[in-house]
Unconditional design. Sequence first.
Length: 374
Amino acid sequence: MGIYLDNAATTAQKPAVVAEAMTEILTGEYGNPSRGAHGYSLAGYRVAESARNQVKQLFKADRRYEVAFTNNATVALNEVLKGLIQTGDHIITTSWEHNSVLRPLYQLEAQGASFDVVASEAVTGRLNYQEFTEKIRPETKAVICNHASNVTGNLLDLEWVKDFCEAHELYLIIDASQTAGVVPIDLSDGKIAAVCFTGHKSLYGPQGTGGVCVRKDLSLEPVITGGDGMQSFSKVQPKELPTLLEAGTLNIPGLAGLAASIQWLREKEARPALGEYFYQELQKIDGLTIYGDFNLPRVDVFSMNIKDAESAIVSDLLWEEFQIATRPGYHCAPLMHEALGTADRGTVRLSFSSFTTKAEVDTVLAALQNLALR
């Protein structure tokens, strides 16, 4: 169909094992996990537990953690933030955040909580880490950070933030939507309270999968309540994880696909590093403004603009003339665009996956050169 470079939104190309695993569920006989003691229910339970174990191994999570599944990172972030933060609490966050963090925070603010935002530099999007210390208050309860910006590809200095939260006894919540499966996340030191992830991006799983790897000592109130299959006469959602965060029927076909994709990721060979090559070649094209910090570790997400053209026009031309799929606009991260100075037109975002080839990258570079000369 073309060249797909919108992987920061979702990975369109999946390993074959994902479809195979999902087909096995849909053509087999799998019931609801924890909804019976018969073989059909137990078969569904084993699929869910296999996926849970794959996530724990991916994040090196020990017995202090449990995995609860949702249908994406947005739901996981809502469940953790709204389940943890109460009236009077204060949160520190960053200008990197996606609306899946910002909008819950605005809701919590309207209910009596408060939050402050750590600023970023223009063009590079580099965080001002000193502001974490400047913004702490006696009522600060948690820090919520995007592990990597979905606009610039900048990677959070996670070790610094972990040490900051440990020193000030704050809960650390990480949005790993852009990094799970790409950047190692190690929970073995127990410093992170919760990692929220989605299955359909760099984990190469199906859409409609995701969840949170959460420390068991984190006291959460359930945001969504309903059936659990065990304590039917209780008027409240059971407090035990993962049931606390898993009201209703799990997406067993999706979780089978997710388990297969994570296993594939853990076994596959590392792909050639195309990001550095792409950036070096981009710098040779006159008229391009490239946003992000390229002096520090990052993921392969690139935002740019060509001269004074609207990002939507450039993205449309890339598709209509060259069949290159990119993402224009604001990428659901308004504060990041305010910091970068792109709130008037957004950016054209190109994001790689394990299936991106050097030949495709060279084709994209030629297309960008063509547009920049107009």
